[in-house]
Ligand binder design. Sequence first.
Ligand SMILES: NC(=O)C1=CN([C@@H]2O[C@H](COP(=O)(O)OP(=O)(O)OC[C@H]3O[C@@H](n4cnc5c(N)ncnc54)[C@H](O)[C@@H]3O)[C@@H](O)[C@H]2O)C=CC1
Ligand SMILES: O=C(O)CCC(=O)C(=O)O
Length: 442
Amino acid sequence: MTADVFGAIQFRDGHQPEFGQAVYEVLESLEPALARHPEYLRSGVLERLCEPERQIIFRVPWTDDAGEVRVNRGFRVEFNSALGPYKGGLRFHPSVNIGVIKFLGFEQIFKNALTGLPLGGGKGGSDFDPKGKSDAEIMRFCQSFMTELHRHIGEYTDVPAGDIGVGRREIGYLFGQYKRITNRYESGVLTGKGLNWGGSQVRTEATGYGTVYFVEEMLRARGDGFDGRRVVVSGSGNVAIYAARKAEELGGTVVAMSDSGGYVVDENGIDIEAVRELKEVRSGRLKEYAEDHERARFVEGGSIWDVPCAIALPCATQNELDDEAALALVRNGVVAVGEGANMPTTPGAVKVFLDAGTAFGPGKAANAGGVATSGLEMQQNASRDSWHFNYTDARLAEIMADIHNGCLATAEAYGAPGNYVLGANIAGFTKVADTMLDLGVI
Ligand SMILES: NC(=O)C1=CN([C@@H]2O[C@H](COP(=O)(O)OP(=O)(O)OC[C@H]3O[C@@H](n4cnc5c(N)ncnc54)[C@H](O)[C@@H]3O)[C@@H](O)[C@H]2O)C=CC1
Ligand SMILES: O=C(O)CCC(=O)C(=O)O
């Protein structure tokens, strides 16, 4: 049956490979749940889940510093609102197209369900490349993007946030333009805001910290931990920096990090604060880190996954860890892999880890701490409140432990103990599917 559904999707959307990959991975692991619950098939839940409720594509014209008019394409895919308003980030990167946004929106449905918070799934972005743009250009782009997007979003409708290329600066320009156009100080319309204007403590750290909390739970379930372990973190953006920081706080040694130019290795442990300052303040390249730290070496190109480690945290982008990389990690004795990024591990590589008995935390569970903390930001906005750092961090840790335990229990209940991929997919799916049954055919 799932083969029929997938065939229909391939027929319609075969030119969207990332979307096909994300759908296939979910459908494949749902078989045991569908066998137990034929009502999902009778009510067309699968077909409805795989088709976005709404897809918005729009022109984003803006003027560069030389006075030239430029045009980018903007997207917002409002995928599923069974559990709450559409929720998910905006990605600004030249590789963005409708298929990439659909894959991210589809993943977001199940991830958001796993958080236990009332959040539907959506995603958006643009093929705009922020690299090399001035602050004024970024602002004009964000204002133009919001001039169209504002009519589709709202606290009770659709609540965007950041993703690759969209951080607090961009959220600020987007929020400013929304406020100006609508004449409403509607804090709950966006998350990832600055602390002075409705943001939440811990949102900046949340995805990286949450990923490490999840991996810590997987390790604990095996009587292990971060202490004294070598850790490799790919990427050096928002998720990577705070995953590395938390891994170090728990006693791990982060020996390698990367950016799109290559990777840096420091056997004594990377100075995470120096990477944070380099990336967040100076917008520099990781190569400069090696120039400033004589014990470090920079490898241009190549695979960061060749660096031996016990714990691997892919935190850059989709399909960055392939079969060959997974085999290298397993050969070098990896014990746990936690996906900080969305779908960073190819299907073949996931199979390598599952076959080897590596604890593997899929992104929709392991990186759910970011959107969960966005949910906590929405709670604070709704109650005109702001919580302390430690309280918010404790809520995040509790949510990640609950997600871990839910995935583990679901995997066990469906005859696949220790398989977090199956556990996350079935646990997220059944919550959304049961709600869709309650709400009727809409
Ligand atoms: N920011 C958030 O709250 C969340 C982000 N994610 C996912 O985490 C991943 C990273 O996102 P952020 O850290 O927020 O973005 P970011 O823009 O702060 O950093 C992106 C990082 O990925 C690297 N990168 C991007 N494209 C690359 C490519 N083609 N090849 C090699 N490296 C590349 C960049 O060098 C940078 O280190 C993405 O998959 C995103 O969807 C997942 C959950 C929440
Ligand atoms: O915080 C959010 O709403 C979205 C985070 C996100 O884009 C993700 O989980 O991939």
